[in-house]
Design a protein around this ligand. Structure first.
Ligand code: ASP
Length: 337
């Protein structure tokens, strides 16, 4: 009888300890990560500019965090985060988009709902202020996934999204980059080892991934593409599975040399590597960055169904940040800061 009592007490102690452990490490209820582009970002950047980038990333994180903390959907969170970055002229998406070879702005965007595999994508937009919001309408209000050029503008005509003159996207910084690219042979080459990736000449993109309290994942990416891109060039961003992907396993948004990201179907490869190899999110990003892409190609932000976040790049820097329900919060540009 005494022995039974001792065993009973021991069992109770084990249960109590386990409960205590759980209390110490609560589950991640929601998680959010974003990026504002990857490339050779010089550490010599003036402090005031650095501060502007950090502020831009923090503001975008904050709007997404509010949505998720109040029980909103991952889709709503990634949309508002990307809207915030699209409106910020520092980043190559929406206002602040790079110039095409003929001095215009053509925007690409995609959004994906991991719980249903529903997706919306656009390429070659010229008058839509916030491409990601139109991508969401493609996903929710059309029977299709992907519209391009004139058709994309026509679809926009049927919606209430805000329209602007193409000139709205222009900033002086991007204009100077474009002018420099006209005079520099190397800038015309789509090669990360060439001058297009030197300080301030990176192409950039913005993106966000989120897990919400209902366990749903979503990804969104928006970009002006590459400086000097040629007629109708489509990058990885709106290609579902390349620059943007979300399913029941993970949500991923890419940035970097679009042609490379596309030929490796990178975002989908990350999710599949996890699902079919049992790899962690961290391992899957690392696999694509080291075994599929070349050094300098770019980076990813990603979140998995358990709320793990990974933000990795094989370029010198990536504007990025993350926050979760456990209070972990980070905003970074380089590998170590
Ligand atoms: N991936 C984008 C594109 O190729 C550019 C970038 O992310 O820097 O259009």
């Amino acid at each position: 009888m005494k022995i039974l009592n001792v065993i009973g007490v021991a069992i109770l102690l084990i249960i109590a300890t386990t409960a205590c452990d759980d209390a110490e490490s609560p589950q991640t209820e929601w998680a959010l990560a974003l990026h504002g582009g990857a490339g050779t970002i010089s550490r010599e950047m003036p402090d005031s500019l650095k501060q502007q980038y950090y502020d831009g990333l923090r503001n975008a994180l904050r709007v997404g965090e509010i949505v998720l903390r109040e029980g909103g959907s991952a889709l709503d969170a990634v949309e508002v985060v990307v809207n915030s970055l699209e409106d910020n002229p520092l980043f190559n998406a929406g206002r602040g988009a790079v110039f095409t070879i003929d001095g215009k702005h053509e925007l690409d965007a995609a959004i994906m709902d991991g719980s249903t595999l529903a997706a919306g994508a656009l390429t070659g937009l010229t008058t839509v202020k916030n491409p990601i919001s139109l991508a969401r309408k493609v996903m929710e209000d059309s029977p299709h996934i992907f519209f391009s050029g004139q058709g994309a503008e026509q679809f926009a005509d049927q919606t209430d999204v805000e329209r602007v003159e193409n000139e709205y996207f222009r900033t002086d910084t991007r204009y100077r980059q474009w002018q420099r690219s006209q005079t520099n042979e190397a800038m015309n080459l789509m090669d990360p080892n060439n001058a297009i990736w030197v300080e301030g000449e990176k192409f950039g993109t913005v993106g966000a991934v989120a897990l919400d309290m209902n366990g749903n994942l979503a990804a969104a990416t928006s970009t002006g593409g590459m400086t000097n891109k040629q007629f109708g060039r489509v990058g990885d961003v709106p290609i579902i599975g390349s620059g943007t992907f979300a399913n029941h396993v993970a949500a991923i948004s890419a940035t970097g040399w679009g042609e490379q990201i596309m030929r490796n179907v990178s975002a989908n490869t990350i999710a599949n590597y996890m699902e079919f190899h049992g790899a962690s999110l961290q391992e899957a990003l690392n696999f694509v960055l080291t075994e599929r892409l070349n050094p300098g190609d770019g980076g990813f932000v990603a979140v998995d169904k358990d709320g793990n976040i990974s933000m990795q790049m094989n370029s010198a820097g990536m504007y990025r940040g993350s926050v979760n329900s456990r209070g972990d919060r980070v905003v970074m540009i380089w590998e170590e800061e």
